[in-house]
Design a protein around this ligand. Structure first.
Ligand SMILES: O=C(O)CCC(=O)C(=O)O
Ligand SMILES: [Fe+2]
Length: 255
């Protein structure tokens, strides 16, 4: 990614990955590694580890985002919007695409029989984009080829040192009228090692109304989703279990 500015293929690959897979890993992303390590080593993380009980649900802690991650986020959003022929990220779009952020801390205690514990159940994120820092343990699985019979399955996202895992969330799927995919993923705990992951969720503002972007509808696309208050969408997500049932169905226009 370091040659983002002089190689248009980088932006193209990002858009292609967001359309086809909804997930990709970035290296040379410009977010200094010390920032990632700093977050992983923060005292609150160790405290969290001691307080966690085996098998209990991961907990959220507010942690600051960095200016480097903001620059990266703006670059990605700009490229993703250009691909949709949305030329300018004005104030309204900035709010819809990246108006609020939340950082979580997920701690997965090792479990001798991972099949018997809940890491994170199948879900898609409600964000527009999620940036995930994961340690070297692994355990994140992403759904591929959904609905394609025998090819439908789960692929492990291997930890790559210094990389960021980035995925499209439901809000961006809705705003892009289904062009960018928010795919299901889940986490299986390790049988032998504790794992930490830190997702940064980049979201619309709670009071934003999300729906297919006006530029797409003006270009003749039929809207696949209704306009919906983002905070209502998030409420719906937290009301239901992580059972693989799609939150995005809540916003779909039935045909
Ligand atoms: O821990 C991970 O790798 C992913 C966690 C996740 O999907 C989430 O917090 O939404
Ligand atoms: Fe997630």
């Amino acid at each position: 990614m370091s040659n983002w500015d002089n190689d248009p293929k980088v932006a193209e690959s990002v858009c292609e990955a967001a359309e086809k897979f909804g997930f990709f890993q970035l290296v040379n992303h410009g977010v200094p590694l010390e920032v990632l390590d700093g977050v992983k080593d923060a005292p609150i993380v160790s405290l969290g580890c001691q307080q966690r009980r085996r098998g209990s649900t991961p907990k959220s802690f507010p942690l600051p985002t960095t200016s480097e991650s903001q620059v990266l986020c703006t670059k990605l959003m700009t490229a993703l919007m250009e691909k949709l022929n949305v030329k300018e990220i004005d104030e309204t779009k900035e709010s819809l695409l990246m108006g609020s952020k939340r950082i979580n801390l997920n701690y997965y205690p090792r479990c001798p029989n991972p099949q018997l514990t809940v890491g994170v159940g199948r879900h898609s994120d409600v964000s527009s984009l999620t940036f995930l820092l994961q340690d070297e343990i692994g355990g994140l699985y992403v759904r591929v080829n959904e609905g394609k019979g025998e090819e439908d399955g789960w692929v492990h996202v291997p930890p790559i040192e210094g990389s960021l895992v980035i995925n499209v969330g439901d809000a961006l799927q809705i705003l892009s009228n289904g062009r960018y995919k928010s795919v299901e993923h889940c986490v299986i705990a390790s049988g032998s090692k504790n794992r930490i992951s830190i997702p940064i969720f980049v979201n619309p503002k709670p009071n934003d109304v999300i729906g297919p972007l006006p530029e797409l509808i003006a270009a003749g696309e039929k809207p696949k989703y209704k306009n919906i208050l983002y905070s209502d969408y998030v409420k719906h997500f937290f009301r239901k279990a992580h059972d693989g049932k799609k939150t995005v169905a809540f916003a779909e226009i039935s045909s």
